[in-house]
Design a protein around this ligand. Structure first.
Ligand code: COA
Length: 259
């Protein structure tokens, strides 16, 4: 599918989605948001894609929602904007295939929120993170107030939300906002290596892990464990489970088919 504001490349079962408005630091205007939704739907539905890497062109990952469109919003249209972005970011978080954010530069506002909606975050050593919305008289509107609390804890989230401060990649890793920091030149290779390791595993098991781990944010421990047991039951009847266990006992690599 052709995109105006994204690059979408597929190699070795990995889709690389690159937000491509470098002159505006990849700020999220209506077109970018819409195309991000189309891109994750393409990842979800294409059989030749096992997972995705999300990154940005130039010196930013994404510097937030496009501020130039804010002045003309009414309370109703601003709330609609937030709901639309939330729904699309939700699709990233709930994609049954792993999605890694390769944060190559500024991840501010909606950019930090977009990275948080991905399953794993790798950051270049030059990346910067922040939720500066309060400086604009706003709050994060794409799920940031919720995901930040879950990822880094309420106290650290409150500090970032209320100061609007910018933190570097090392600090982001220290507080659990990113999984790992790598030199800028190695970022995409590191993301590809991690995703390749994930894609060597059974696809149905990956999807089940994503769904069960996401449920931990939304349901109680008992309900979450019921879901876990149900997935465990289904996976226990798959060909891939038989292949994985047989391969282990035969001391050979498993070859999974997703069945
Ligand atoms: N929306 C719209 N345009 C944006 C943008 C955003 N969120 N972030 C950056 N840009 C644009 C700038 O207006 C500028 O455009 P111009 O060259 O036409 O003037 C261009 O991107 C480069 O940004 P600039 O501010 O000159 O780069 P910088 O290196 O001095 O600063 C940032 C980088 C990220 C610190 C700064 O751009 C910034 O604070 N951006 C806004 C972050 C934000 O508040 N996001 C939350 C929005 S709700």
């Amino acid at each position: 599918m052709p995109y105006d504001t994204l690059l979408f490349e597929v190699a070795d079962r990995i889709a690389t989605i690159t937000v491509n408005r470098p002159d505006k630091l990849n700020a999220l205007n209506d077109t970018v948001i819409r195309e991000l939704g189309q891109a994750i739907d393409e990842v979800r539905t294409r059989a030749d894609i096992g997972g995705a890497i999300l990154t940005g062109s130039g010196r930013a990952f994404v510097a937030g929602a496009d501020i130039s469109g804010f002045g003309s919003r009414t309370p109703v249209t601003a709330a609609e904007l937030a709901r639309r972005g939330q729904e699309i970011f939700f699709r990233y978080e709930n994609c049954a295939k792993p999605v890694i954010a390769a944060v190559n530069g500024f991840a501010m506002g909606g950019g930090c929120e977009l990275a948080m909606a991905c399953h794993v975050r790798l950051a270049s050593d030059s990346a910067k993170f922040g939720q500066p919305e309060v400086k604009l008289g706003l709050l994060p509107g794409y799920g940031g107030t919720q995901r930040l609390v879950h990822l880094v804890g309420k106290g650290r989230a409150m500090q970032l939300l209320l100061t609007g401060e910018t933190i570097d990649a090392t600090e982001a890793a220290r507080i659990g906002l990113v999984n790992r920091v790598v030199p800028a030149a190695e970022l995409l290779d590191a993301a590809r290596a991690m995703l390749t390791a994930m894609l060597a595993n059974a696809p149905l098991a990956l999807a089940a892990c994503i769904e069960a781990a996401n449920a931990a944010w939304e349901v109680g421990v008992r309900e979450g464990q019921l879901l876990e047991a149900a997935h465990f039951g289904v996976l226990g009847a798959t060909s891939d489970m038989r292949e994985g266990t047989a391969a282990f006992l035969a001391k050979r690599p498993a070859v999974f088919t997703g069945a």
